[in-house]
Design a protein around this ligand. Sequence first.
Ligand code: NAD
Length: 462
Amino acid sequence: MGTTAHTDPAEIKEVYARLARTFKSGKTRPLEWRRRQILQLAHLLQDSGKMIEDSLLADLRKPRLESAVIEVATVVLACVNAVELLEEWNKPEKPTTVEFRSTWDVTVYKEPKGLALMITPWNYPFIITFLPLIGAMAAGCPAVVKPSELSPHSSATMASLFAKYLDPDAYVVVQGGPDIATELLALRWDHIFFTGSGRVGRIIAAAAAKHVTPLTLELGGKCPVIIDSSCDVELAAKRTLYGKTQNAGQVCVAPDYVLVHRAVKPAFEAAIQKAYNEMFPNGVFGSNVEYSKIINRPHIDRLVDLIKRTKGKIIVGGETEGDTVTPTVVTDIQPDDALMEDEVFGPILSIIEVQSMDEAVDFIRSRPSPLAVYCFTTTEVTKQKFLGGTQSGSLILNDTFMQLSAQEAPFGGKGESGYGSYFGKNSFDSFVHRRTYINMPHAMEPMLALRYPPYTEEAYKI
Ligand code: NAD
């Protein structure tokens, strides 16, 4: 494994001062400059697809197809979309006012907040950094990006590509772990965009509070899948397993556990075994298999320990070889099982039997709001139960994962899965301050005269 490059703390102060000068100079204000940075980001991705895939192979053994589609192509499309909509997003808004205020020129300007800091995780190092970055660029905010020390190849690639393609006075990668993040957090930022665990999210929130810095927290959680007796069980099993095996389950929106209606539990278990055999006919060990590894030893040990401690029955997988943990499905899980303690963030899926959809709703409500709820059903009644009865960042019916493709919609958490959102205009909105502007006409003076003391009886009549 490569070692993490470490930015010198003295350099951090220099970078910060440089970005602050850039912002103050007004360089990032013209839309043309912003457009150019976003297009450069698109060029960076188009020119360096192979280099990015190689880094992801080295860090995560991520299949090239997954990297090409998710970490490269999706971001190029997001760049194109942002360039096309840049003017529209930045256009001042004219709120509808009552007649009385119609001459005040009430306008809402979209001002860049200022210096942005992004601290990102290792599981999707490029897309998770670049989608908010596009928002910062579109808003005219310079930014420092601190990617994860656990994906050192991706972080180094990102640093070298930033230097080559983007304005170094505005966009810089700072490399290192928690110590470097701590140095960065001591500085005063105008927006912090954090993606990672709830544990670190709380540290970030405390640091941001010291400077009253606005914050986006994109955190994790345990995303449930609900299997209603009305659904197509085979399709549900296939789509659930797909969501669980992408990046070996190391995904914030990966299905974490399944609440299956008792009437279809045996059929669902058989279907998930069948789906596994179809997707991985030769298993997941061996050099030809396209299946991500687990990021590092502590995470492998954590997952192995979970498999050892669970009291459930393993019906798929359960094995480990080197840095690979097989997709593992464990059934007959009780709510107090080891697998139900924390976010699994790996390829282990628990199955819990429920007697009804009401019981499933109650189960989800009794736990912190997840980033996503996935519900497989064909009935309107069940859809309404989960829409009205549960809370989560997103609710997806009859599939998993696809909220990542809906780039027009906000992606974000609720409660313990975080706050704020991104994707498309939502990324842009994170980095702008909506500044209210009024230009009061002199001609209003006769109407405004009543506000001045001493207050007259006439004023009280209004
Ligand atoms: P993490 O919280 O351990 O690390 C994330 C970032 O925080 C890294 O850059 C790391 O260097 C930094 N960091 C670590 N300790 C720190 C400290 N004490 N002070 C300041 N910064 C510190 O998360 P991870 O292991 O990289 O990623 C996995 C987690 O991220 C999971 O919980 C997953 O659900 C979540 N996640 C969420 C989303 C989302 O969009 N909501 C996306 C991907 C991952």
